[in-house]
Write a protein that binds this ligand. Structure first.
Ligand code: 13P
Length: 254
């Protein structure tokens, strides 16, 4: 059975006090209830403290928002996958469009980062997604296929089990413009079919494919009801505890 996952990507938001306040709200609310798998991705500098806090709740894991493509050495300002593993972080988000576009990350960079993460026993949330321009030209399927082929399909079946795929259409991120349930389902099925043709039906049925892009309490339930949508990667709405809990509740009752 595929795992249902709600992941929060805080991006470069929240100063220390606000991050701890929100984390305590999450801890206090989710401590006593049966939650789906939750992944929280704060800025790097809060990871250690939050790994410690959430270690008391089985279903809540921590993710970094990035890692270096290099193993170690003279790379001022970088954080390696090995360092993240050494503080018991579980996941790393890789391939986010904000990194592809703002920091010129290529599919090959992302592939190399994935390999380093897996070597260090970190799991990966792999993001893919097209621009509005490519969608309007009808090139969105081709783009997603290339992103997946060039960064993921070298992995063994076993290693693929350590990957969550997040479909995040760029035009829906932070814009309030969500993909419709049909647009999202169509792309999720397309992604699952790529996995199926490469690794077989059983493996494709085990990979969680989550949706990101202006996912909020008002649209999360209808998105999560789709056959190939296994949860969400939530940006803005994860910064507000009530909205985040409502999104979690919307997947719990499916
Ligand atoms: P928003 O939910 O703010 O659109 O962000 C989505 C996202 O980029 C999550 O990684």
């Amino acid at each position: 059975m595929r795992r249902k996952i709600i992941a929060a990507n805080w991006k470069m938001n929240l100063n220390y006090n606000d991050a701890i306040y929100l984390s305590r709200q999450i801890f206090n609310n989710l401590n006593s209830i049966d939650t789906p798998n939750i992944i929280i991705s704060p800025p790097y500098i809060y990871l250690s403290e939050l790994v410690e806090l959430f270690s008391k709740i089985d279903n809540i894991k921590l993710a970094a928002q990035n890692c270096s493509k290099s193993k170690k050495g003279a790379f001022t300002g970088e954080i390696s996958s090995q360092m993240l593993a050494s503080i018991n972080v579980d996941y790393v988000i890789l391939g986010h469009s904000e990194r592809r576009l703002g920091f010129n990350e290529t599919n090959i960079d992302i592939k190399n980062k994935i390999d380093l993460c897996l070597e260090n026993k970190l799991k990966v949330i792999f993001c893919c997604g097209e621009s509005l321009e490519l969608r309007e030209k009808g090139l969105h399927f081709k783009l997603i296929e290339t992103q997946i082929k060039e960064s993921l399909l070298h992995l063994s079946k076993n290693n693929l089990q350590n990957i969550i795929i997040a479909y995040e259409p760029i035009w829906a991120i932070g814009t309030g413009m969500t993909a419709t349930k049909d647009q999202a389902q169509e792309m999720h099925k397309f992604i699952r079919d790529i996995i199926k043709s490469e690794y077989g039906q059983d493996t494709s049925e085990q990979v969680s494919i989550i949706y990101g892009g202006s996912c909020k309490p008002s649209n999360s339930r209808e998105l999560f009801l789709q056959k190939d949508i296994d949860g969400g990667l939530i940006g803005g709405a994860s910064l507000n505890a009530d909205d985040f809990f409502d999104i979690i509740k919307s997947i719990k009752c499916i």
